[in-house]
Design a binder for this molecule. Structure first.
Ligand code: ZN
Length: 236
């Protein structure tokens, strides 16, 4: 069974009534609910736990890590970022959601600022599936329509993705590469834009399906580590 750890900053849900009413069990609670229903073995981890809930033991038992953070990226300890980074290189899948674009771990893996344009204007968004044969879009159809989502606009300062999965359109005229895959070492990474804390995107069935599909895509398929360094010839 695929083991998923859902990491959430979990600060805003404790202090802001609007966020609390949207996600009473925390964003991690809502995400773990639909992932558990999909048949995954799910645990959660949050910023204020010891080692942010990401001890070596937890990471050892994680096939795919999901990351949601917003206002406290700088409070994530560098040692934890380092151990998550190492696990990704060894083959742990990583799904970075929404404002996680500015997390230390995503910026470290990308090597760029990961900056973008943003605006909270309570308007709708259309997330276009531009890679219809990809496993992450199975069952999604041509487009996901969200009644409200935060605008994220280009330019998004990331390296060219290995695969572009979704491009979003916003009513202000902006577009955004909202679903991108990357590989680093043995690890697969998926960035997915929806999920502002005051909007109901994680209750949307298609958004849930994308994250479920992404877990199945990102999990390691082979734990064989390549050999590096000096290498004796195989032939005499
Ligand atoms: Zn947001």
């Amino acid at each position: 069974m695929t083991r998923v750890t859902v990491w959430n900053e979990f600060r805003h849900e404790k202090t802001d009534a609007k966020v609390q009413s949207m996600y009473p069990d925390g964003i991690h609670g809502q995400i773990s609910q639909f992932l558990t229903a999909a048949g995954f073995e799910v645990t959660t981890a949050t910023l204020d736990e010891a080692e942010h809930g990401l001890t070596a033991e937890v990471l050892e038992k994680t096939d795919v890590l999901i990351w949601w953070g917003h206002k406290a990226h700088e409070e994530v300890a560098d040692e934890i970022v380092e151990s998550v980074h190492q696990k990704v290189l060894e083959g742990m899948g990583l799904i970075v959601l929404h404002s996680g674009h500015f997390s230390k771990i995503f910026k470290k893996l990308m090597g760029t600022s990961c900056d973008l344009k943003w605006r909270e204007d309570d308007r709708h968004a259309r997330i276009w599936n531009i890679n219809p044969s990809h496993p992450i879009v199975a069952g999604i159809g041509e487009c996901i329509e969200l009644e409200q989502e935060e605008m994220y606009g280009e330019h998004f300062d990331i390296p060219a993705p290995d695969e572009l999965i979704f491009v979003s359109w916003f009513p202000g005229g902006e577009v955004f590469r909202s679903g991108c895959t990357f590989s680093r070492g043995n690890g697969k990474i998926f960035y997915f834009q929806p999920g502002h804390e005051t909007y109901n995107s994680y209750y949307n069935k298609k958004v849930q399906q994308v994250i479920i599909n992404a877990v199945n895509w990102a999990k390691a398929t082979d734990n064989i580590q390549p050999a590096y360094g000096h290498f004796d010839a195989l032939e005499k």
